[in-house]
Design a protein around this ligand. Structure first.
Ligand code: URA
Length: 228
């Protein structure tokens, strides 16, 4: 292939996110059960029970289901969203609504799927009317999220949206300033590479921003090659 053609393809893959985030729907069911180390499975179950036992929480009182996680607990990539919406509350799994469908397509574009990523949220119960979780709610659920990260031990954390970014990075910056760079973080003494990107719900409202999330996804693809 000549140089000019290679450059052209690179350029198109950078800007033509509509081709890259394909319109075809992705089957997120029947992925098969991953084999999870006994200890890890036990610790995840314990954490789920601890969250299930939370008392005096408005989020929990208004929700139908605990939304714990989806994906592969052995994954190198852990994705953290904000909190469950109506579909997630109904099904008990994160990112199953429209934003989740877009997330599946984004992952698919870099050859990832729920088979090889692990997904959770900052809060595990749906905030009423899909409002953002309050600071108090985020602080209440943060120790559980940190424990979750410690159990999974991912190499890479993708923080989707400002709630996840603020909770983990403890900053109040805007996503557009923070996205697209690697930030090394320490969670419960465990070092991980993190990257911030736009939340898929935001991308549904602002599709012209997908070109930036495509850059972030490619950074993850590259980093995965190095940390594997
Ligand atoms: N948005 C999120 O942040 N998390 C979900 O699970 C669904 C939508």
């Amino acid at each position: 292939m000549n140089n000019k053609l290679t450059k052209l393809i690179k350029y198109y893959s950078l800007i033509n996110h509509n081709l890259i985030f394909s319109n075809k729907s992705i089957n997120r069911y029947n992925l098969g059960q991953p084999i999870v180390q006994k200890d890890k499975a036990k610790n995840l179950q314990k954490l789920r029970e601890e969250i299930n036992e939370i008392k005096n929480c408005k989020l929990k009182e208004n929700a139908s289901n605990l939304v714990f996680s989806d994906g592969n607990p052995n994954a190198k990539v852990m994705i953290i969203g904000e909190g469950p919406g109506a579909n997630e509350d109904k099904e008990g799994f994160p990112f199953v609504g429209r934003a989740g469908q877009l997330l599946d397509k984004m992952l698919n574009a870099i050859n990832l799927s729920r088979k090889n990523v692990y997904i959770t949220n900052v809060v595990n119960y749906r905030p009423p009317e899909n409002r953002k979780p309050t600071e108090t709610e985020v602080e209440r659920y943060l120790p559980y999220l940190k424990k979750h990260i410690e159990i999974i031990k991912p190499k890479i954390i993708l923080l989707l949206g400002s709630t996840a970014m603020n909770a983990i990075l403890k900053n109040a910056d805007v996503i557009s300033k923070m996205r697209g760079k690697w930030i090394e973080i320490e969670v419960n003494k465990f070092k991980i590479f993190s990257i911030v990107s736009f939340h898929p719900a935001y991308l549904l409202r602002q599709p012209d921003q997908k070109k930036f999330s495509w850059i972030d996804l490619k950074m993850i693809r590259e980093k995965l090659r190095k940390v594997s």
